[in-house]
Design a protein around this ligand. Structure first.
Ligand code: PLP
Length: 448
């Protein structure tokens, strides 16, 4: 039984097939260009798309909109200290705002930054500061068949080799992303976190945790790391975060809000002061940072809710259930499923399509045409320069869809697979200048 009931509704409508065909053609076969009204079940992203609780809505009514010294900022700072253990924060409008604040302060031209895997905005901010973002995933992270419980871990061995190459003085930051978004949302163990902390200390680098999905990660640790089987998610989260010098957070993920973010720091030292000044310049004064008072009030409540057992068990459980439903129907999915999304392997689902005809994007288009379901391609179309499988991500917004919606998604994906050999590939007919951003706005056409 779900641990919540619905007291506010938002209608879901499945448009007739011919209207979906027209909408997709108008969108240039790019689902980022679809109006949300034309989508029945929207699994484009779990970022800022979830449902808030009545306690969060109540907190919003009490938001303090003062420019300086807002009590809602104090509430957020207290929640971060209680739940995540960082005593000081520099607020930002969302995660990438916090990344700009922190990496601009930490990183210089010619430096190298190490990460288990850089999330796309993290990579962009490191690169924008003239530094080189290097991924250090463990072996098996890219293997969809390996059932290693912590495929999100950071390879200290790889990182040591990189440090030998670039010189220990040129690595100002070591970042650990939990869960590892770019590696199918796979979790990171606390044991690995301790090793990374020791390594960062060894090379005198700042150890940053990208904490966007810290609660989901803590849930996986409780389930899979024997040392923590009897601990609460709240205690595990605090312990894992305790090893880091700083954290970057997007409220749109485990903050359970629609906007917001911050950099978390331990002391009001030089790094804090540098971040604070950059925050004022780019985000807003240091007691709001681009958030309204009511955003901060809801964020403070959401952080506390994110580590409550019924919430996080249900959240991760729903993702696992969707993966199971797809698997039962013969849809090829990346296993084990991560914390926030299920990844369908489009190369396995549509084996007749060559990779330069974008099988992932073809699968995304078919999901929409078949059942009004919106997913996103994270393969050759989104990442033109990299050799990775053509995965389609189905990300679940928090506390939003029910079991019948998941069933509709699984049935839709199964129907696409069943008549997979009829599915044609696509070509790009118009794309923006910046290759890294092309999947947001490129236009495509189906091949005959
Ligand atoms: C979403 C995300 C970010 C960026 O946060 P935004 O709020 O989308 O700007 C950074 N790192 C990770 C791991 C994320 O998932």
């Amino acid at each position: 039984m779900r641990s919540h009931k619905t007291t506010m509704v938002d209608d879901v409508e499945l448009l007739p097939r011919q209207d979906r065909e027209a909408a997709l053609a108008d969108a240039g076969y790019n689902v980022f260009e679809l109006a949300s009204d034309a989508v029945a079940v929207d699994l484009l992203t779990d970022s800022g798309t979830g449902t808030m609780s009545n306690d969060q809505w109540a907190a919003m009514m009490r938001g303090d909109e003062a420019y300086a010294g807002s009590s809602s900022f104090e509430d957020l700072e207290a929640a971060v200290a209680d739940v995540m253990g960082f005593e000081h924060i520099v607020p930002a409008h969302q995660g990438r705002g916090a990344e700009n604040v922190l990496y601009g302060a930490l990183v210089d031209e010619g430096d190298t930054v190490l990460n288990n895997a850089h999330f796309d905005t993290t990579r962009a901010h490191v690169a924008a500061n003239g530094a080189d973002p290097v991924d250090c995933p463990v072996d098996g992270a890219r293997d969809p068949d390996s059932d290693d419980p912590f495929k999100g871990d950071f390879s200290v061995e790889t990182a040591r080799r990189v440090v030998e190459d670039v010189g220990v003085d040129n690595v100002p930051a070591v970042v650990l992303t939990v869960t590892n978004n770019s590696m199918a949302g796979q979790p990171v163990s606390v044991e690995n976190t301790r090793e990374v902390a020791a390594f960062a200390d060894d090379i005198d680098a700042t150890f940053v945790l990208d904490a966007c999905r810290f609660a989901e990660n803590a849930h996986f640790v409780q389930q899979r790391e024997p040392e923590f089987a009897d601990d609460t998610v709240a205690d595990i989260a605090r312990e894992q975060l305790s090893y880091a010098d700083a954290c970057v957070m997007s409220g749109k993920k485990d903050g359970l809000v629609n906007a917001g973010g911050f950099v978390g720091l331990r002391e009001q030292d030089d790094l804090y002061e540098a971040c604070r000044q950059r925050g004022i310049l780019y985000e807003g004064f240091s007691t709001y940072g681009g958030m309204s008072g009511r955003d901060m009030a809801a964020f403070a409540v959401g952080l506390r809710e994110a580590v409550e057992p019924p919430y996080v068990e249900e959240r991760v459980g729903q993702v696992q259930r969707l993966a199971g439903m797809l698997d039962d129907r013969g849809v090829p999915v990346y296993q084990p499923a991560g914390g926030h999304a299920v990844y369908v392997d489009a190369n396995a689902a549509l084996p007749h399509l060559p990779r330069d005809e974008y099988p992932g994007q073809a699968f995304v288009c078919e999901l929409y045409l078949e059942g009004g379901v919106r997913g996103v391609e994270l393969g050759r179309f989104a990442f033109p320069e990299t050799e990775r499988r053509d995965l389609v991500r189905l990300a679940l917004p928090r506390r939003t869809y029910g079991p019948d919606h998941l069933e509709h998604v699984a049935d839709t994906a199964a129907a696409v697979c069943e008549r997979g050999d009829e599915v044609t590939g696509y070509e790009i007919v118009d794309e923006p200048e910046m290759a890294e951003l092309r999947h947001f706005s490129a236009r495509l056409e189906p091949l005959q």
